[in-house]
Design a protein around this ligand. Structure first.
Ligand code: ADP
Ligand code: MG
Length: 277
């Protein structure tokens, strides 16, 4: 089995603050893994190291066997790795004034000649590809609208369409549902799962709601204060275990809007809205 992500002894200090502390983990190709943690636990910092947007204070990172960074130095041929990585962020990362379809086509820029990308010139075949990706995420009717006119959920689906067009082999979704209502959250998580199943995308998705980790991701890696405190089956994440791992912070990992302010006892007692999908 090929390894998609390999992190060894990753430590990140911001001045005197240690945001990541000796994190080591491996994600195999084809996995869909939740990165769980209360806010401030280091999820975004960890994700930003994978494409080399941040350089580590210590440690080594490989993506699909290629070194991204080691000992705080980025690899020289980092563009090749980045072209295989698609991103979806909590803060919707579309260009607001451009049509949705153009935002999706931006996924092709890494393999487009620089002068064509400057002119935003795309072929008919490429436009067709972008439309198909929008069909796949169910928002083809919005293709010619400006991105700013989309709802939060639609914007995240457009970002996923862009990953499809890019042909991303690794999708990093950093709290993609944190600003969405439960219904839109479900749709976005289902699409991530579909990309994982049908398009051979390895998915690493950070979440702070444990219900979604249990429902959609077979495996969870939980962070607390920059350390990996759990790495195993999501189904084993009982409230008792989470209370053990997080203490009073565990409450933040259950969404009161979904659970009526009470953590579910286990996956079998999840709210129906989550199970029915
Ligand atoms: P999460 O995504 O889990 O909410 P972050 O990775 O954003 O957590 O942050 C982890 C910790 O690192 C937080 O305490 C945050 O304040 C700190 N941090 C993140 N980025 C910076 C930065 N650029 N400078 C200083 N501290 C930072
Ligand atoms: Mg974050």
């Amino acid at each position: 089995m090929t390894t998609a992500v390999e992190i060894q002894h990753l430590t990140k200090d911001f001045s005197s603050f240690r945001a990541l502390d000796n994190v080591s983990l491996t994600v195999r190709q084809g996995e869909m893994v939740a990165l769980l943690g209360a806010s401030g636990s280091g999820k975004s910092t960890l994700m930003r190291h994978l494409p080399g947007f941040l350089t580590a204070s210590a440690g080594e990172i490989r993506v699909f066997g290629q070194t991204v960074q080691a000992g705080g130095r980025l690899a020289g041929d980092i563009r090749r790795v980045r072209s295989q990585i698609g991103f979806v962020f909590q803060q919707f990362n579309l260009v607001n004034r451009l049509p949705v379809i153009t935002n999706v086509l931006i996924g092709l820029l890494h393999r487009t000649a620089w002068w064509r990308s400057l002119l935003m010139r795309f072929s008919t075949v490429e436009r067709q590809q972008a439309l198909e990706a929008l069909v796949a995420v169910g928002i083809e009717q919005t293709a010619w609208q400006r991105a700013a006119t989309l709802s939060g959920g639609q914007q995240q689906r457009a970002a996923l369409a862009r990953c499809l067009v890019q042909g991303a082999k690794l999708v990093l979704a950093d709290e993609p549902i944190a600003s969405l209502d439960p219904e839109s959250s479900r749709k976005v998580m289902e699409l991530l799962a579909k990309m994982n199943r049908e398009h051979d995308c390895t998915v690493l998705v950070s979440l702070h709601q444990v219900e979604f980790a249990i429902r959609y991701c077979p495996r969870t890696i939980a962070l607390n204060n920059g350390r990996v405190v759990y790495d195993g089956p999501s189904s084993a994440l009982t409230p008792a275990l989470l209370a053990d791992l997080y203490g009073s912070d565990a409450r933040e990992l259950f969404d009161p809007a979904l659970t009526g302010d009470r953590p579910p006892a286990n996956a079998a007692t999840l709210p129906e809205t989550l199970i029915a999908a």
